[in-house]
Design a protein around this ligand. Structure first.
Ligand code: NVA
Length: 301
């Protein structure tokens, strides 16, 4: 049975900790030839820096060969049906790393694929980012269990996957979002169900000050995600008052760390210079994409 990673809850909550431990081992220099002789195809419908870099370089570190296919050359679902592309790639490659707009496109791809398919971001989830995020929190705090994480902003793909990851490891995540931009109700319920055995909890508020009070981690993401550009003006107005700046971090725990999955839009969801605040760990997060995904590929292959 082929195992995919299309949404964070595709891995059982009990499997997260060992995966992070392996990611940290690989980061510390453990060598692996888990992908020796294997090919990893990266098929992306949206732009990417960190995801493309980290899967490409991570594949090489595990002894495999990466191949990138741009949206133009494939025409996923336009030049050729999604299922046919999945079948062809499955005949030649060993893992498919896929970034699509719609979650249903990657699901359709995985249904037809006979190799593991990894979600490299969809409109609904960003599960690889969440793996790197919880790895980063473990490195900083020693554990996610009992940690207090505040997510300020849009209840988007990044927020959804982070909710599952934090709850699954027994952490508490509070999202502060304006009305209409909360975590989808089904995902709030899903993340709480996923985290219930670990003592995890996800709650929603409209007040950033309430979310950050006592928080060990303050996290934000862009207000306008890829594909939502025509909503920019409406979103800028809706998220007024939700910017993360040094003064908001001052209201969190004295040892608070600031996280962002990048790319950031300074002047919107963060104040200018916040990425370089001494409390920022955003570049650790970016690096950990490499190690968390290497551990994930080892597991799926
Ligand atoms: N929410 C953002 C994440 C980018 C890595 C987006 O989907 O554009």
């Amino acid at each position: 049975m082929v195992q995919h990673f299309l949404k964070f809850s595709d891995i059982a909550s009990g499997e997260i900790q060992p995966l992070l431990a392996r990611a940290i081992e690989l980061k510390s220099g453990a060598s692996s030839n888990a992908l020796g002789g294997a090919s990893v195809v990266l098929l992306f419908e949206k732009p990417s820096l960190r995801t493309k870099l980290s899967f490409w370089i991570g594949t090489g570190k595990l002894g495999g060969d990466p191949l990138y296919l741009s949206p133009e050359e494939v025409g996923l679902g336009t030049r050729e049906p999604v299922a046919d592309v999945a079948k062809v790639i499955s005949r030649m490659a060993d893992i498919a790393v896929v970034r699509t707009f719609s979650q249903s496109t990657i699901e359709e791809f995985a249904d037809a694929a006979t190799i593991p398919v990894i979600n490299a971001l969809t409109d609904a989830e960003h599960p690889c980012q969440a793996l790197a995020d919880v790895q980063t929190i473990v490195e900083q705090l020693g554990s996610v269990e009992g940690a207090s994480v505040a997510f300020i902003g849009d209840g988007n793909n990044t927020a959804v996957s982070l909710s599952y990851a934090v709850a699954g490891l027994g952490g508490h995540l509070t999202l502060a979002s304006p009305g209409g931009y909360e975590l989808p109700a089904a995902q709030l319920e899903g993340a709480n169900a996923y985290g219930s055995a670990s003592g995890g909890l996800v709650t929603q508020t409209t007040r950033p000050q309430d979310a950050v009070s006592g928080a060990d981690i303050v996290y934000t993401d862009v207000w306008t995600s890829m594909g939502q550009e025509d909503e920019t003006a409406r979103r800028l107005a809706a998220f007024d008052g939700y910017q993360v700046d040094p003064a908001l971090l001052d209201q969190a725990s004295p040892n608070v760390k600031f996280m962002h999955d990048l790319p950031a839009h300074p002047g919107e969801e963060i104040s200018d210079g916040l990425l370089h605040d001494p409390r920022s760990i955003v570049f650790d997060q970016a690096e950990n994409r490499l190690w968390a995904q290497a551990a994930l590929m080892e597991k799926l292959i």
